[in-house]
Design a protein around this ligand. Sequence first.
Ligand code: OAD
Length: 241
Amino acid sequence: MDKDRKRKPRLVVSTGAGISAESGIRTFRDADGLWENFPVMDVASADGFARNPELVHQFYNERRRALRDAQPNDAHKILRELEKDYDVYIITQNVDDLHERAGSSNILHLHGELMKIRSLSNPDYIEEVTEETMATTPATRGRNGDLMRPHIVFFQEAVPNIEPAIELAQSADIFVVIGTSLVVYPAAALLNYVRPGTPIYYIDPNPADVGGVAGVTVIREPATQGMRTLVSMLRGGEAGK
Ligand code: OAD
């Protein structure tokens, strides 16, 4: 009975584009990444949207079509399976829905959600993107007639979910970072909120320099293999238990 009641260790995971790379979703800053092919300030900034909303809608509709054809990979699935033994919370910079489709329970999107659009005049009015919306490119009007925008946090905009994300980082018993270049703030700063002494793992085949953060174990592997390595490390070391 006591054993059943024991609190599961809290595993807080911060994911970036790299976790979805093996699902066929392009990252932003790798070779042939999205920002090499599309001017970021045209398609993903508040100014760019004000200048040319049709271009921005077209860009995100292309991303939606790529996402529709993609499936969660083993890294997403292993995160779901870890819920058996850990209280797993995912903070993601990704706008895809692959964590949701893998079945994870607790997902906080820092940079918005690709499959949603929201009203320009009423930010609380949010619609799911449908096949129909994607077909009628560009999806500029919602079902209520409002002009809509992607439900994406553009450059030059505040990150509304950063406070709950910081609280999650502070509450971690184990902190895991997967597939992010750690260049976009404030997401990149979450590592600094992890309590001293907390084990931190960073899975990335080409990791950023995290020399300034104590206690980071770098797993220099793609996300799927890296997650398998992480699971055996957690089992072997009983980290955080
Ligand atoms: P980046 O494109 O900046 O970085 C991708 C990271 O994934 C790099 O560190 C790669 O080494 C790593 N990577 C590549 N393949 C991988 C694999 N198979 N497994 C694991 N890691 C792999 O993407 P983010 O850091 O997520 O924001 O970018 C942060 C933000 O910048 C995005 O959320 C987006 C972008 O502008 C918005 O659009 C608002």
